[in-house]
Each structure stands twice: as structure tokens, then as C-alpha cells.
Design a binder for this molecule. Structure first.
Ligand code: IPE
Ligand code: IPE
Ligand code: MG
Length: 242
């Protein structure tokens, strides 16, 4: 996709939102204060996506591994996400944003799941931007749940085994939680860490990666635009010769 000035705009931008705790620590505050401020950055990136023509914005909000954090931080994060979903829903809906949560939802509480269901239903027919929150997600979990579902299908219908054995990448990807969502063109990670931390392992196979030092609560519209600028200069070859 290209803008009026001819720059290519990623269809799908994905962000590993990292550095909230350090941001708060730098200010002598509790970690949760950083998470709180990070919600503002989410709002800014949603707006920037709409303004720049990005059609899918996905955000790594909580990993399967993050369940291992202290209980108080986990509950504060869940509470914050519920509050933010409730507070932002009307405005997202008015702005044509379709909202989705992807991840191991069986690990989320009924209360959290109910709010997610409400928000997803309310915004289901919007088409301007799809905003995906990855919650209780990990890339290995995603691939494993796909494999287990396939195994269950094979057990239930042994005649279908040939179809499973002849599956290609696209057919397998339909079993991932991201079925129907294009793979991310650009994955950004904030806070200076240069790892994927078990995020979108399959879907990110050919994503452009951008690691920035900015801590997530400081990542606002200007930083988002700079990331898009960096992407527009990338040469994606997919293993071929150009
Ligand atoms: C990202 O910020 C938010 C989540 C992972 C939920 P962190 O909480 O990881 O902040 P740092 O990396 O400790 O600074
Ligand atoms: C990755 O950040 C997960 C999210 C941003 C939700 P972490 O802070 O959990 O990652 P590590 O532990 O530094 O790899
Ligand atoms: Mg972190």
C-alpha cells in the first residue's frame, strides 16, 4: 500500500509494548504507574494508525509468561485493561475501529472475558482499523493449540488424515488464532530489548523488525510516524533476488 507521496505504508503494524516498569522506576513510582501511562500511548498509536492508513494494529499486552509476575501486578494489569476497554469502547466504535482480543482466553477471568466479548461484539462490523490486543498470548502456545486441534480433528475423522498431511503453510495458518488477519509487515519493540519474547513466532516469519530505545509510555504519534518512515525504506526480498 502506498500513500499520496508514494511511501509504502504497512498494512499491519504490531508492537511489543515494553518498558513500562522502567519508565515508572525512572520517576521513583510503582511499576503500575508505567502501565497506566502506557494506555495513553495505545490511544496515540490507534489515532496515528487511522491517520496514516494502517489497517491492522496489534499490540502485545500480556504474555503467557507474564502470569508469572507478582499477583498484585497481574491484577493491576487486568483491572487496567478492563477499565481501558470500557472507557475507550464508544470512541473506538465511533471511529470505525474493530476491536479483538487474541490469546489463551481460557486463562482470563470471566469478568475480563465478558468485557472483551462486549467490546468485540459492539465493534464487530467496523472496517477502518482492526485493533488487536494479544492477551495471555505466546507464539509457541498458538502453534501448539493449532497442532492439538488438528490432532483432534484427525482422531475424530481418520478419513480426513490425507487432507491434513497435505496441508501447506496457508492451510496450517488457518488454525492459528490469527486466522483471517494478515501477517504483520512491521513488528516494533520498545525499550531497547532486542528479542521477540515468544511473540508471533509463525506470523512474524517475514516481518520487518524495528527495535527502538523509547520506553512504551513515551512512544507516541511522532515515534509511530518515525517507525513508519523506517519501514518505508526497507527492501523486503522474501528470500528472492531482486
Ligand atoms: C511492558 O512493560 C508491559 C507488560 C509486559 C505487561 P514491562 O512491565 O515489561 O516494563 P519493564 O520491561 O519491566 O520496564
Ligand atoms: C514482552 O515483554 C511481553 C509484552 C510486552 C506483553 P516482557 O517484559 O514480558 O518480556 P521479557 O521478559 O523482557 O522478555
Ligand atoms: Mg518488560
Amino acid at each position: 500500500m502506498a500513500t499520496e507521496d508514494g511511501k509504502k505504508v504497512p498494512l499491519h503494524v504490531s508492537i511489543i509494548m515494553d518498558g513500562n516498569g522502567r519508565w515508572a522506576k525512572e520517576r521513583g513510582k510503582e511499576r503500575v504507574y508505567g502501565h497506566f501511562e502506557g494506555v495513553e500511548s495505545v490511544r496515540a498509536c490507534v489515532e496515528a494508525s487511522v491517520e496514516t492508513g494502517v489497517r491492522y494494529l496489534s499490540l502485545f499486552a500480556f504474555s503467557e509468561e507474564n502470569w508469572g509476575r507478582p499477583d498484585a501486578e497481574v491484577s493491576a494489569l487486568m483491572e487496567l485493561m478492563v477499565k481501558a476497554m470500557r472507557a475507550e469502547m464508544d470512541s473506538l466504535n465511533k471511529n470505525g475501529v474493530r476491536f479483538m482480543v487474541l490469546g489463551n482466553r481460557a486463562h482470563l477471568s470471566d469478568n475480563v472475558n465478558n468485557v472483551i466479548d462486549d467490546c468485540m461484539q459492539m465493534t464487530a462490523s467496523n472496517t477502518r482499523l482492526t485493533l488487536i490486543l494479544f492477551m495471555s498470548y505466546s507464539g509457541k502456545w498458538d502453534i501448539l493449540q493449532a497442532a492439538k486441534r488438528l490432532a483432534a480433528e484427525a482422531a475424530a475423522n481418520p478419513e480426513g488424515i490425507d487432507a491434513i498431511l497435505s496441508m501447506d503453510n496457508d492451510a496450517f495458518a488457518r488454525y492459528l488464532v490469527t486466522d483471517g488477519i494478515p501477517d504483520p509487515d512491521l513488528i516494533i519493540r520498545t525499550s531497547g530489548e532486542t528479542r521477540l519474547s515468544n511473540y508471533l513466532l509463525w506470523q512474524g516469519a517475514y516481518s520487518e523488525l524495528l527495535f527502538v530505545d523509547t520506553l512504551w509510555p513515551d512512544f507516541r504519534k511522532e515515534e509511530f510516524r518515525l517507525a513508519l518512515e523506517s519501514y518505508s525504506k526497507r527492501d523486503r526480498r522474501y528470500g528472492k533476488v531482486k
